[in-house]
Design a binder for this molecule. Structure first.
Ligand SMILES: C[C@@]1(CC(=O)O)c2cc3[nH]c(cc4nc(cc5[nH]c(cc(n2)[C@H]1CCC(=O)O)[C@@](C)(CC(=O)O)[C@@H]5CCC(=O)O)C(CC(=O)O)=C4CCC(=O)O)c(CCC(=O)O)c3CC(=O)O
Ligand SMILES: NC(=O)C1=CN([C@@H]2O[C@H](COP(=O)(O)OP(=O)(O)OC[C@H]3O[C@@H](n4cnc5c(N)ncnc54)[C@H](O)[C@@H]3O)[C@@H](O)[C@H]2O)C=CC1
Length: 284
């Protein structure tokens, strides 16, 4: 379909920002800051958190206590330019509009991307309502117009994500890297052939079938399929593959893909332990 110039504006660029090993400064320790900490930990960033201890939300306290290897905590207010040295991203979530303006101005001068929770006009980027299930992340943005509706839409989307989606993605990721080992290289005909084959597998197998791929099945798919320029059917790879709801029934849908990063936090197990206690009623 031809692009419609009228719809080509008024949105945001939605990206999956890679923060691994980068240093993110979070200013403020309240409810909003606790959500920021969660989002940033999921992305494997290193956090510096500046907020007076007396204003800390209970969840923020737990993050500080349980993730001290990834959070450097400073019990004080924002001190100015010295706090912005070697910082890759700034997130402010404070209840002081003048201070928020001052921080965003400094960030702009130092060319550090900044999110200012209380002043959308000063943000380089917005947060959105997030779904996370293993490697799958979905973000809903209303471009600043209605955060609460973003939250409500997120809950609706959660109900249609198949329960097996995360596992299917992980298995396909594994198959993809095995294929890369077998047929290495970038670009050219081989790359086109590899992509075509992956597209065919992903489109001709059900997600639930993909989620059941094991090491043996992957080897067969590659040896008897890829090597012979064929896309094998699931039953050719494993006659015993059982799919609930196939040919008629509806596929299993997760009753609740747990909110945001509550259920699956990559990295330190410490995070997962207390995130499970996160009470979604607070803001979700
Ligand atoms: C622009 C943005 C900047 C940013 O934060 O990046 C922003 C700004 C502001 N939010 C405000 C209020 C509320 N925010 C929430 C909730 C969330 N807000 C989030 C994002 C964003 N909020 C960004 C745009 C998002 C988008 O484009 O859709 C979510 C999605 C993600 C997250 O924060 O992690 C998270 C839901 C997560 C989830 O549950 O899934 C609720 C609901 C509640 O509390 O129950 C309320 C009260 C109800 C309401 O107002 O809707 C106010 C104060 C307004 C005032 O004073 O009146 C401002 C400032 C302003 O608008 O001026
Ligand atoms: N973007 C969003 O999704 C939302 C934004 N907001 C806005 O975000 C801001 C934060 O909201 P909450 O976390 O609920 O507020 P809060 O009042 O619970 O927390 C504010 C935190 O900022 C700290 N703080 C204040 N001045 C500071 C300074 N100079 N240096 C370091 N820390 C400082 C306080 O000690 C406290 O920890 C508010 O302005 C609120 O209006 C509110 C709801 C949602």
């Amino acid at each position: 379909m031809a692009p419609n110039p009228q719809t080509l504006s008024g949105g945001s660029l939605l990206l999956a920002w890679q923060l691994k090993g980068k240093r993110v400064l979070i200013i403020g320790g309240g409810d909003v800051a606790s959500g920021r900490i969660e989002s940033v930990l999921v992305a494997d960033a290193l956090i510096t958190l500046i907020a007076p201890r007396r204003g800390l939300h209970p969840l923020t306290k737990k993050f500080i206590d349980n993730c001290s290897d990834r959070i450097t905590y400073r019990d004080r207010g924002f001190a100015g330019v010295s706090d912005l040295q070697k910082i890759d991203m700034v997130l402010t979530a404070i209840d002081n509009v003048d201070k928020s303006r001052e921080i965003s101005q400094l960030c702009r001068e130092m060319k550090i991307p900044v999110n200012v929770a209380d002043i959308p006009a000063l943000c380089d980027f917005y947060f959105g309502s997030q779904i996370r299930s293993g490697p799958l992340q979905v973000m809903i943005s209303t471009n600043g117009q209605s955060p609460k509706l973003a939250n409500i839409i997120r809950k609706k989307i959660e109900t249609v994500i198949p329960e097996c989606a995360a596992e299917a993605i992980e298995k396909v990721g594994e198959l993809r890297s095995k294929l890369r080992e077998r047929a290495p290289g970038v670009g050219g005909d081989l790359s086109k052939q590899r992509m075509r084959w992956m597209v065919d597998i992903c489109s001709s197998w059900d997600m639930e079938e993909l989620s059941q791929l094991d090491h043996e099945m992957m080897t067969k798919l590659l040896e008897d399929g890829w090597e012979k320029n064929k896309v094998l059917r699931p039953e050719e790879v494993s006659p015993s593959l059982k799919i609930e709801g196939k040919n008629g029934g509806s596929p299993k849908v997760s009753s609740l893909v747990l909110p945001a990063a509550v259920s699956f936090v990559a990295g330190a197990a410490c995070t997962a332990a207390f995130l499970l206690l996160h009470n979604p009623v607070v803001r979700k």
